[in-house]
Design a protein around this ligand. Structure first.
Ligand code: NAI
Length: 474
């Protein structure tokens, strides 16, 4: 039986990063993956969706504003097959990159599905049951490892309404595999996935309806962002129904499906060629021997402490399967923490400075507390904001919708959170995260010279606004 120092089960952004770090720290490492390296993020999530969105936004920009931008583009159209091929090419290139990194670090990549057999202070034993891909068969092979990291991720969840299983109802994996864009889609769930797919297909000129159970879309984000994006999407023709309860989905044959829902006491319906189920993701924990190994689950998620340790010695868990924050960059950060602890260091992860991004147009990014959460926790709150409409670079980029809002501690100037809706918001949020991490104050942010003309000036202006000293707004 081959013996490793560390075996990582699952090759997504949590697992492969953890494996690389373990190898860097001198551990003999195995990475077990039964599909493609890169996991959901690379193969069925972040990367394919953002590739599709990039083209959709270029198309929409030229189609909707070409004339004023000085672009004459007659006969502009979307070649969805070419777009899908580019998406696959981008994914393929990045995947080969990861395969190269794994190989280069001398990590043993075991292709197959791992099932834990036993776990304890002396290490764990797992069997790789079956293999997929071109890596040959590893059926039934047993391995041992002193430490095992569970990084099996999550999969799309569904809801138990009648008709949720008809062929026209697709989860995000299936939507990303479509050979052409649907003419009309009903999206169940106005969370991150729902809003990004709405942005994508709306930009491609398709009819989109969102049915969201809660009173607002993007719940959990700052109210200003939720309301701002709902307004932008509605202005572009997306039909948003919040506080709406999905009752049933019925097949409409070749025409797709009809969703019946209740809104404000009235029964309503919306039809689409497809129905996109975007109601959250559930952990992948079944059939991998977790129960046999005595690993505790909480509502299906693997329970871990701040060091990524489960209650069983030598067994660690990271990523979506832990149910902490279902984001690729959090999974990677958790992976680094687990690897460090396995190597005898004392690392832990706090979740108070996690940037979250939504790839709408304009983009949304946030970090730290929302204004509502800061106030609810009893902190003395002072905020500052700046509108994109008054920012030169945003105007140049033809994007006047949006803002930067900064939440600070009224007495200490500590930055508690920031919420941005602006072009390149997803790139800009890192500045605030870094400052929060180094415990910088809003005064220091305001004093930092920001290049002109950039969208990032909005951050400096919002910081000045906290003191009522913003020069470019009345
Ligand atoms: P989510 O939890 O963000 O949103 C699901 C939405 O569905 C919620 O608003 C919920 O109220 C609604 N919902 C649930 N049951 C419903 C029902 N019966 N009828 C109507 N609405 C219902 O989950 P989502 O969007 O599926 O995303 C899954 C995970 O993937 C999230 O944790 C998200 O952070 C992550 N993700 C992150 C992205 C990013 O960082 N840009 C992009 C895509 C996903």
């Amino acid at each position: 039986m081959e013996q490793f120092d560390v075996a990582v089960i699952g090759g997504g952004p949590g697992g492969y990063v953890a494996a690389i770090r373990c190898a860097q720290l001198g551990k003999k490492t195995a990475l077990v993956e039964n599909r493609e390296l890169g996991g959901t993020c690379l193969n069925r999530g972040c990367i394919p969706t953002k590739t599709l969105l990039h083209t959709a936004e270029l198309y929409d920009e030229v189609r909707s504003h070409g004339k004023e931008l000085g672009l004459a583009a007659e006969g502009l159209s979307v070649d969805y097959a070419a777009l899908a091929a580019r998406k696959d090419a981008v994914v393929g290139r990045l995947r080969r990159g990861i395969e190269g990194l794994v190989k280069g670090r001398k990590i043993t990549h075991i292709k197959g599905r791992a099932v834990l057999e036993s776990a304890g202070a002396a290490g764990g034993i797992f069997t790789v049951e079956e293999s997929s891909g071109a890596g040959g068969s590893n059926a039934g092979v047993k391995y041992a490892a002193a430490d095992i990291i569970i990084a099996t991720g999550s999969e799309p969840a569904s809801i138990p309404v009648p008709g949720a299983d008809i062929p026209a109802v697709l989860d995000s994996d299936a939507v990303l595999s479509l050979a052409r864009a649907p003419e009309a889609a009903v999206i169940i769930g106005g969370g991150v996935i729902g809003v990004e797919f709405a942005t994508l297909f709306n930009a491609l000129g398709k009819k989109i309806t969102i049915i969201e159970m809660l009173p607002k879309i993007l719940a959990g984000m700052d109210d200003s962002v939720c309301a701002g994006m709902a307004k932008i999407l509605a202005k572009r023709g997306v039909d948003i129904h919040t506080g709406a309860k999905l009752l049933e989905i019925k097949s409409a044959g070749a025409n797709g499906a009809v969703c019946y829902y209740e809104e404000g006491g009235a029964k309503k319906e919306a039809s689409g060629e497809i129905v996109i189920m975007a109601v959250g993701r559930r952990p992948v924990t079944k059939g991998i021997g977790l129960e046999a190994a005595g690993i505790a689950l909480n509502r299906g998620f693997v329970t871990v402490n701040e060091k990524m340790a489960t209650g069983v010695p030598g067994i660690w868990a990271i990523g979506d399967v832990t149910g902490k924050v279902q984001l690729a960059h959090v999974a990677s950060a958790q992976g680094l923490v687990a690897a460090a602890n396995i190597a005898g260091k004392n690392a832990s992860l706090a979740y108070n400075i996690v940037p979250a991004c939504v790839y709408t147009n304009p983009e949304i990014a946030s970090v730290g507390l929302t204004e509502e959460a800061a106030k609810a926790s009893g902190l003395p709150v002072k905020t500052g904001s700046f509108p994109a409409a008054a920012n030169g670079r945003s105007m140049i980029m033809n994007s006047g919708d949006g803002f930067v809002k900064i939440i600070t501690h009224a007495e200490t100037g500590e930055i508690l959170g920031a919420h941005i809706m602006a072009p390149r918001a997803t790139d800009m949020i890192g500045e605030i995260a870094a400052l929060m991490r180094s415990e910088g104050t809003v005064e220091e942010l305001a004093d930092t010279i920001h290049a002109h003309p950039t969208v990032s000036e909005m951050i400096m202006e919002a910081a000045h606004d906290v003191e009522g000293l913003c020069c470019h707004k009345l």
